[in-house]
Write a protein that binds this ligand. Structure first.
Ligand SMILES: Cc1ncc(COP(=O)(O)O)c(C=O)c1O
Ligand SMILES: Nc1ccccc1C(=O)C[C@H](N)C(=O)O
Length: 426
């Protein structure tokens, strides 16, 4: 297909897009900025702007401490119940708490204690570093007999199921995996892995950070044990918004949080001097949540529930298939290589392209010197440009424009005007 034919197709796909109406519910300062980093920090929902000023003026400003009873105290579980359908969980199985890193620590610690006697943790070489760092810390805490086994990758993009399975033995206490890998977007088959781990007597903790709100997830149907994930990516909760955690109902009262804070106590306002873990999901709370960030999560979740995960996932696949086909036809001899699986069922909602000049190409997209179009993907070492597609606001036309700009940047060697010196956040 020629580039003009692709443009016509993009316009048609946008017209037919069942999620079309959602874009106007986000703050979009300029139609000349194409934002493809919603897998790192989602855009600002317009309702959140309004809601936050209400929370600040009316709740914090006027109602002050009364707002805890009126609006805030139950919010961590109320939002958990709203996230539940998005990930195939039930009421009372999800709660908002702390950060993904801390939730991963709490649940891994609890799982290792429940599985006493088994001393290995399995993860993989594509996992997000914070997950591995937390697990490395746990090894120190639990003792020298504890080991972390990582399934390896052959191509830097995916993990073969057989490779992962070969690491899971009867001595495996816990398997900790990102459902969607942060760099390549490789996606595991959640049900198959969970079933296999259970057969071997292991529990599984899924990090859903790059998956929740982007792909359909069936935690209950897969009999999943534990999960964590952030709310600032596809859920559009805002920078540093607190994370969520999921614990299957029947496991909740068997697990103990290693951070015995008062918000996880059965009756915090009895101020008992001895900790008594709350029944159910609340026991995984620790201390006071960051209320402004907590309140800011709701509009993003509501939009996802209104749109429905099946429709969101379908559009994510269509956007990335359109991108793939355009890259194949327009950027054939431009030095790009695939950094993500080509099969949509093995992928989340972002696509990485590898290039020796990846960092500088990324800079040229973000700070155009000749084009009026600014495009924001991100860069992940050593050579990945990551393009995140958020079905609620990414358009097919934006995908077309991105490939068009990539071609221009390479043809005109625009990247040569930039330094390879990395900024703090890439
Ligand atoms: C898979 C995954 N886990 C965890 C995190 C981050 O955790 P935290 O919010 O604790 O920084 C990210 C991204 O930052 C991530 O991609
Ligand atoms: N929390 C952040 C703070 C600053 C900049 C990026 C992030 C990310 O979330 C990165 C993301 N997890 C990634 O997959 O690279």
């Amino acid at each position: 297909m020629t580039t003009d034919q692709n443009f016509t197709l993009a316009e048609q796909l946008d017209r037919d897009d069942p999620l079309h109406k959602f874009r106007s519910r986000f703050y979009i300062e300029s139609e000349n900025t194409i934002y493809l980093d919603g897998n790192s920090l989602g855009r600002l929902p317009l309702r959140t702007k309004e809601l936050l000023s209400e929370v600040i003026e009316k709740e914090w400003g006027t109602e002050l401490i009364e707002s805890w009873n009126r609006h805030w105290y139950q919010k961590t579980t109320q939002l958990g119940d709203k996230i539940a359908p998005m990930i195939g969980a039930s009421n009372g199985e999800v709660i908002i708490s702390d950060s993904t890193s801390i939730n991963l620590y709490k649940l891994s610690h609890a799982a290792l204690n429940l599985q006493k006697g088994k001393t290995t943790i399995v993860s993989d070489a594509l996992n997000f570093p914070t997950d591995l760092y937390i697990l490395q810390g746990l090894l120190k805490e639990f003792g020298p007999e504890y080991k972390l086994n990582l399934a390896q990758t052959n191509d830097g993009i995916s993990i073969e199921t057989e490779e992962l399975k070969s690491k899971i033995t009867e001595n495996t206490a816990l398997v900790v995996l990102s459902l969607v890998a942060f760099k390549s977007a490789f996606m595991y088959q959640l049900e198959e892995i969970t079933e296999y781990a259970h057969k071997m007597g292991a529990l599984v903790l899924w990090d859903l950070s790059h998956a929740a709100g982007a792909v359909e997830i069936e935690l209950n149907k897969s009999n999943a044990d534990l999960a964590v994930g952030c709310t600032y990516k596809y859920m559009n909760g805002g920078p540093g918004s607190p994370a969520f955690l999921y614990v299957r109902k029947d496991l909740q009262d068997k697990l103990s949080s290693p951070i015995q804070g008062w918000f996880g106590d059965a009756l915090p306002f009895e101020f008992d001097l001895n900790y008594r873990p709350a029944q159910g999901i609340r026991r995984f709370l620790a201390g006071t949540p960051p209320v402004l960030n907590l309140m800011a999560i709701e509009p993003g979740i509501e939009m996802i529930n209104e749109a429905g995960m099946a429709t969101i996932h379908q559009k994510s696949i269509r956007l990335s298939e359109f991108f793939h086909s355009m890259v194949a036809s327009q950027l054939k001899n431009y030095g790009f290589e695939a950094g993500s699986p080509t099969e949509p069922e093995k992928r989340g909602s972002h696509i990485s392209l590898k290039h020796v000049e990846a960092y500088r190409i990324c800079q040229a997209l973000i700070q155009p010197k000749t084009s009026t179009i600014k495009i924001i993907p991100d860069f992940r070492e050593p050579d990945n440009i990551r393009f995140g597609f958020t079905p609620l606001y990414t358009t097919y036309k934006e995908v077309w424009q991105t490939v068009h700009r990539l071609r221009e940047i390479i043809e005109n060697k625009e990247y040569e005007q930039f330094s390879t010196q990395r900024s703090d956040v890439t």
